[in-house]
Design a protein around this ligand. Structure first.
Ligand code: NAD
Ligand code: MG
Length: 405
């Protein structure tokens, strides 16, 4: 380190082997020599990828969430000097190791406890995992304030809003406009969407993402989760959060002010932009992303979402208005339904139907007092969704091992 240079930043990545995790590693590669010291990298199934990243960045520790893969990980790290660990507890412990900047990119509600452990360090948390805010938004925001942590949104829409939010004039925000590509089924008729297969749902037109979030984009549950996420992150009322379909995915979101001004953030659809922004914030640094050629793009389109073909948006709004643990119930029922869809046990439109049934069966929703309340509701909503999925399979007369699509 040269004289006067700042010491390396200690960085951890939870979910380092996923789509966001790999993009984060790429941002670290571009940060320059000596800029970072990697503390913990976590993953689950992709042991070879986890070990390779841990060797490249000389991480202190690499952790797989799957305890049965401990020996594999240890063997893959042999001679590297990187410590190996395994199991859910070990992921949480790794998240609690002192780090200046942590990327929270575990998918789904499995990310809740590790992300909370990282947040409690009171340092900077770059938050990609949206389920934390959807399931336990109130708790996360309170914990961040208590710990003195800086919470930086990485979900591209929320990162865009963060960039154009006029903080000194925060009260002048009228509403936010979350843009949505509309996913692969944007222009499909309802009958065709009803028969969509997992392969069709996973093929996102603009963004290259993990399988679950890609399918959530096709159903627009992803945008529904993002509505709830935005409400918590930016302390908005449900009626201040709007969704706008924007097929080009160039405007990543907008903030509308009381004086009629609308501020938008634009960029190529590449998550390394939001990740890099969160990494360098409050500075700005060159990022390895494509530059926008607006003349070549020519036109940007916007339209209102279709509530009939995409009921997820209505369900999310109902959950926002219900408050308390409704977001947790929506997310858990959706995760159970999504798994059933991926296993061909549930047709595509069955996902929203199951979520709607679970929400109405479990309402009214109490506020979340602790993470235990969140886990209890998560389990309850998953079980309720499971029962409904099983009942549908029985009613269809297909029996065990039945497959849709
Ligand atoms: P992914 O499926 O590509 O990666 C998920 C990561 O989580 C992997 O490292 C995996 O090993 C780990 N993981 C999976 N199950 C786990 C478990 N039970 N315990 C511990 N670790 C586990 O997902 P992704 O697309 O990178 O998304 C990560 C998060 O970021 C999600 O919450 C997603 O909604 C959010 N997000 C993603 C994008 C995107 O472009 N991919 C954009 C915005 C927000
Ligand atoms: Mg997003």
């Amino acid at each position: 380190m040269s004289e006067g240079a700042s010491p390396p930043r200690r960085v951890s990545i939870l979910g380092a082997t996923g789509s966001i995790g790999r993009s984060t590693l790429d941002i670290l590669r571009h940060a320059g020599p000596g800029a970072v010291e990697v503390v913990a990298l976590t993953g689950r199934d992709n042991i070879a990828g986890l070990a390779e990243a841990a060797r490249e960045f000389r991480a202190e520790v690499a952790v797989t969430a799957d305890p049965s893969r401990y020996e594999d990980l240890k063997a893959a790290l042999a001679g590297s000097g990187v410590e190996a660990a395994a199991g859910e507890r070990a992921v949480i412990e790794a998240a609690a190791r002192p780090a200046d900047w942590t990327m929270a990119a575990i998918v789904g509600s499995a990310g809740l406890a590790p992300t909370l452990a990282a947040l409690r360090q009171g340092r900077t948390l770059a938050l990609a995992n949206k389920e934390c805010l959807v399931s336990a938004g109130g708790l996360f925001i309170e914990e961040a304030a208590r710990a003195g942590a800086e919470l930086l949104p990485v979900d591209s829409e929320h990162n865009a809003i963060f960039q154009v939010l006029d903080r000194p004039n925060r009260a002048a925000v009228e509403k936010i406009l979350l843009t949505a590509s509309g996913g692969p089924f944007r222009d499909w008729p309802a009958e065709r969407i009803a028969e969509a297969t997992p392969e069709e749902a996973v093929a996102h037109p603009n963004w290259d993402m993990g399988a679950k979030i890609s399918i959530d984009s096709a159903s627009m549950f992803n945008k529904g989760l993002e509505m709830i996420e935005a409400m918590h992150l930016f302390a908005l009322r449900p009626d201040q959060v709007e969704v706008l379909v924007h097929p080009q995915s160039i405007v990543h979101s907008m903030v509308a002010y009381v004086d009629g001004a609308v501020l938008a953030q634009m960029g190529a659809p590449d998550m390394r932009h939001a990740i890099g922004h969160a990494f360098h914030h409050p500075a700005r640094a060159p990022l390895p992303v494509e530059r926008l050629d607006l003349a070549a793009i020519g036109a940007l389109e916007f339209r209102a979402p279709d509530p009939v073909r995409f009921p997820a948006l209505r369900l999310a709004r109902e959950a926002m208005e219900a408050g308390g643990l409704a977001g947790c119930a929506l997310n858990a029922a959706k995760e159970a339904a999504l798994e059933a869809f991926m296993d061909r046990r549930l047709p595509f439109m069955g996902m929203a139907q199951v979520v709607e049934e679970v929400l109405s069966a479990l309402s009214p929703f109490a506020p979340a007092g602790s993470l235990d309340d969140v886990f209890a509701m998560d389990a309850l909503a998953r079980a309720a969704a499971g029962e409904r999925i099983a009942a549908r399979i029985r009613a269809s007369g297909l029996g065990k091992g039945a497959a849709f699509a």
